[in-house]
Design a protein around this ligand. Structure first.
Ligand SMILES: Nc1ncnc2c1ncn2[C@@H]1O[C@H](COP(=O)(O)OP(=O)(O)OP(=O)(O)O)[C@@H](O)[C@H]1O
Length: 231
């Protein structure tokens, strides 16, 4: 069997919101390993803590209790600066695509590369065009988001998240605003790009039309992982 590398290792993770009398525990004793190249779908009722867990893994919140290792590095107790650095290894895709309206499709994707000092402008343009082609938007490279459909905008967001070849992509309800076919197209694109590059994908969804793309389905309930099954 192939040796699998854990990209994320979570041990005894708890999380709380609020202070003093209002302090409320949201995550309870989460233990989880996610491996390189794995596509993991996280489901569960509203309020079960999925987004909270995703934001901790993504370095968008500080770890309060327990251990969370990303690429072998402990995130608990690190500085905000360090978290910002770690985030460069992660592509984010959200329900609302968060594209900049005053930039074209290509410019939106290029922006993700401009944070990378080692890439020249020419390379950045070429990579962005290639990535938009990979998500089937070669005809729309110079369009502004306002002139594109929901599915097309979400494809730009995927291109932007993947253009840096991050080891991890986090997606929160990426298909929520899409009809059935566009939703499936989107996750299929994510799946094939991820499999080609060995990218790990962790995707939160209520959309049971896309569960079949997962290697593993994790169910959250009341702040705990209730089941974790390989499919
Ligand atoms: N910033 C916050 N401050 C206080 N409580 C919060 C905050 N964010 C979330 N919560 C609470 O934490 C719990 C878990 O929320 P979370 O968004 O992680 O759940 P979820 O499973 O992602 O839900 P949904 O599927 O509706 O997005 C909920 O009870 C929510 O009200």
């Amino acid at each position: 069997m192939m040796r699998q590398e854990a990209v994320i290792i979570i041990q005894s993770l708890n999380h709380y919101y609020g202070k003093n009398a209002l302090r409320k525990q949201i995550l309870f004793d989460i233990n989880l390993k996610v491996y390189s190249g794995e596509i993991v779908i996280m489901t569960g009722p509203s309020g079960s803590g999925k987004t909270t867990l995703l934001s901790l893994i993504g370095g968008l919140r500080s770890v309060q209790e327990g251990s969370l290792k990303f690429l072998g590095e402990e995130l608990s107790g690190v500085s905000q600066n360090k978290l910002v650095q770690m985030r460069r290894n992660i592509g984010y895709i959200f329900q609302s695509h968060n594209l900049l309206g005053f930039l074209t499709a290509k410019q939106n994707v290029q922006m993700a590369l401009e944070l990378n000092d080692c890439i020249s402008q020419i390379e950045a343009v070429a990579k962005s065009e290639m990535m938009l082609q990979a998500v089937g938007l070669e005809e729309r490279i110079n369009y502004y988001p306002d002139n594109l459909s929901g599915g097309q905008k979400q494809r730009i967001a995927i291109a932007r998240a993947l253009v840096n070849c991050p080891p991890l992509v986090l997606a929160d309800e990426p298909t929520a605003a899409l009809d059935k076919q566009s939703g499936r197209d989107i996750v299929k694109i994510m799946q094939s790009l991820a499999k080609n590059r060995g990218t790990t994908i962790l995707l939160v969804t209520h959309d049971n039309r896309i569960l079949d793309i997962a290697d593993r389905i994790i169910e959250m309930e009341d702040g705990r992982v209730s089941t974790s099954k390989f499919v």
